[in-house]
Design a protein around this ligand. Structure first.
Ligand SMILES: Nc1ncnc2c1ncn2[C@@H]1O[C@H](COP(=O)(O)OP(=O)(O)O)[C@@H](O)[C@H]1O
Ligand SMILES: [Mg+2]
Length: 267
């Protein structure tokens, strides 16, 4: 299915915690509670879930939600196979049956019927009704629902309804502090700490412009991209332009302002 992949990690992918989010995830998993991760794009949410799934020894089903994603995409549907109609489980159903972790990335993007499916799964019943097959699945032990969303997007139509939101424990992810972001970027890119520190300083300045000239600040993901290009031999200013300036704006004046800022930081 589109935007869906599964993973069963033997060794957990690298994740440096910002705070106590690993403990909260583990406690939520142990208590059968769903978890909502709030925060801007590229700040480590997906990596965090992959890391925790591996640590807890659970298979992970990740679904990148989009505005066409319907309940049937999550639950499953009848498909024609060799002249016969067979039922094929969707990723959510598979996770419910197997006791896996299902991660709905950017859940607010999904169609409204998805929320209806999530409600009986996110209270103490932990059931998934499948109308098409007249089944009612009880979630296997270990099943956990994790969702993410970006409250920063200024889209009235795309906020999470309180009735859905209040079913989840929530953890806030923000842009990391420099002492946290520097080791993350250094580890991910292999670039030396001095040049990473420079990029992280620049990222901090760019983030301070959010709300005035920029809709969203530069993500850790983009800082990792810049560092990776530089580690691969690209000139500093070229890498910064491609990874940390152009992705942020299409406006010529704003771009010029950002470039002035780069000059001020890199000298
Ligand atoms: N705390 C962290 N530990 C390890 N890597 C991180 C961390 N935060 C961000 N990253 C890096 O940033 C990239 C983007 O993070 P990702 O999890 O995809 O963001 P999100 O899902 O929040 O959009 C990751 O691929 C990883 O390289
Ligand atoms: Mg993500």
């Amino acid at each position: 299915m589109d935007g869906t992949f599964e993973q069963k990690g033997a060794s957990a992918p690298f994740y440096l915690p910002q705070g106590d989010e690993c403990d909260i995830f583990a406690a939520a998993h142990a208590a059968n509670l769903p978890l909502l991760l709030k925060g801007p794009t590229g700040c480590g949410k997906t990596r965090f879930v992959a890391h925790m799934a591996a640590r807890l020894g659970r298979r992970l089903y990740t679904v990148a939600c989009h505005d066409d994603l319907s309940a049937a995409d999550l639950i499953g549907r009848h498909l024609l196979k060799g002249g016969e109609t067979v039922w094929v489980d969707g990723p959510l159903t598979r996770a419910v049956r197997e006791g896996a972790i299902c991660y709905l990335d950017e859940v607010v993007e999904a169609r409204k019927d998805v929320a209806v499916v999530l409600h009986p799964l996110t209270d103490d019943r932990r059931i998934l009704p499948i109308d098409r097959t007249a089944e009612e699945l009880q979630a296997a032990p270990g099943f956990m629902l994790v969702a993410s969303y970006n409250p920063g997007y200024q889209n009235i139509m795309k906020t999470l309804k309180p009735s859905t939101r209040q079913r989840f424990l929530s953890v806030e992810f923000g842009f990391p502090r420099p002492e946290h972001e520097i080791p993350v970027v250094a580890r991910e890119s292999g670039l030396d700490a001095d040049r990473v520190a420079l990029l992280v300083r620049l990222a901090g300045k760019l983030r301070a412009l959010k709300g005035q000239d920029l809709e969203e600040g530069v993500s850790t993901r983009l800082v990792v991209y810049a560092a990776t290009l530089i580690a691969g031999g690209m000139a500093l200013d070229r890498a910064i332009l491609a990874a940390m300036i152009e992705p942020l704006t299409d406006d010529a004046d704003t771009r010029k302002g950002l470039l002035d800022l780069v000059m001020a930081v890199t000298g």
